[in-house]
Write a protein that binds this ligand. Structure first.
Ligand code: GLU
Length: 306
């Protein structure tokens, strides 16, 4: 496994076409696009990494997997009255579907859906408490208390909030958001601004690879059924309007973020995190996707077989 990861890093290091870093969040525009990392945490407790796997990066939309897990823990199936579970086929920050569908977002992984999810988590709490809850959960599943928000990234997003604020106002106008728009999107920007390394992220995703049980603690995070459902949503909706392409090429549940990270789950086997900051035109890591495709091809770990 270690050799396989080393080979992937070596082969991709020669790549000159690395995609484009997200610059609509100015703080992310400064990130060096030549960085690359991959980590694997197996359900048996093994860890393998190659590249700069201890360098923290902005997890961005990967955080939506964690807030969805928290929201399902709090609301159970009642969450599905607030957000759907169908792929959108539209870009991550699109507003068009919201109008047609009465302000209810298609799924928890597009921006509108994640904003609705955080609004649900906030019920009965101050934004600060909600942020504390999200960070504690991520630290718990990653078994690492050093994980923090990058406040500069959150502030950078807040300064360029118009698009996400529009989505939130639109949902609120339809009665789909309870809290003050600035408070909800402020919380959402902070969850996206959590900084984690590939090693930490691979560990954090492990409960989804092992029927809802965290490793190595063996403590249950979610039921096996909930883990399966979250994996299904990642497979169908985790890469926005390129989710079909990711399923075709990699065949694993995955969630990308515009920081260039991807978390991919091989159920029963392990959790993988990759990071390469350059994105394709859909906002997904260009080389990160390539790396996962190489990994799936060489291991046969795709959920659809070899
Ligand atoms: N914070 C980002 C935004 O709202 C998340 C997008 C992403 O990672 O895909 O635009």
């Amino acid at each position: 496994m270690q050799e396989l990861l080393n080979n992937i890093v070596a082969e991709l290091a020669e790549e000159t076409e690395r995609g484009k870093v997200a610059d609509y969040i100015p703080q992310l525009a400064h990130v060096d696009p030549s960085q690359f990392a991959i980590s694997l945490a197996t359900v048996e407790g093994e860890r393998f990494s190659a590249g700069c796997a201890t360098t923290p990066f902005s997890i961005q939309s990967i955080s939506k997997v964690f807030t969805l897990t928290i929201a399902l823990g709090k609301l159970g199936d009642a969450l599905w009255s607030k957000v759907g579970r169908e792929p959108s086929g539209d870009p991550f920050n699109s507003i068009v579907q919201l109008e047609h569908e009465g302000g209810k977002p298609r799924n928890p992984f597009i921006n509108a859906g994640a904003i609705a999810v955080v609004d649900a988590i906030m019920m009965g709490h101050e934004p600060k408490e909600t942020l504390g809850e999200i960070l504690s959960f991520v630290r718990y599943i990653a078994d690492d208390n050093s994980i923090c928000f990058d406040h500069q990234v959150a502030a950078s997003e807040m300064q360029h909030k118009d698009r996400n604020a529009s989505l939130a106002h639109f949902m609120k106008a339809f009665g789909h958001l309870r809290h003050d728009v600035d408070k909800v999107i402020g919380t959402y920007f902070h969850q996206c601004a959590i900084a984690m390394s590939c090693e930490q992220l691979a560990h954090a995703g492990l409960f989804l690879a092992s029927d809802g049980v965290n490793r190595p603690s063996n403590l249950r995070v979610v039921s096996p059924q909930r883990a399966r459902r979250i994996n299904s949503l990642m497979m169908m909706c985790g890469h926005y309007d390129a989710s079909g392409e990711f399923a075709f090429r990699v065949g694993l549940p995955g969630k990308s973020g515009v920081g260039g990270g991807i978390l991919a789950i091989a159920p029963g086997r392990g959790s993988l995190a990759v990071w390469s900051p350059g994105l394709d035109k859909y906002g997904n890591s260009l080389l990160g996707t390539r790396a996962l495709e190489m990994f799936a091809q060489r291991t046969g770990w795709s959920v659809f077989g070899h």
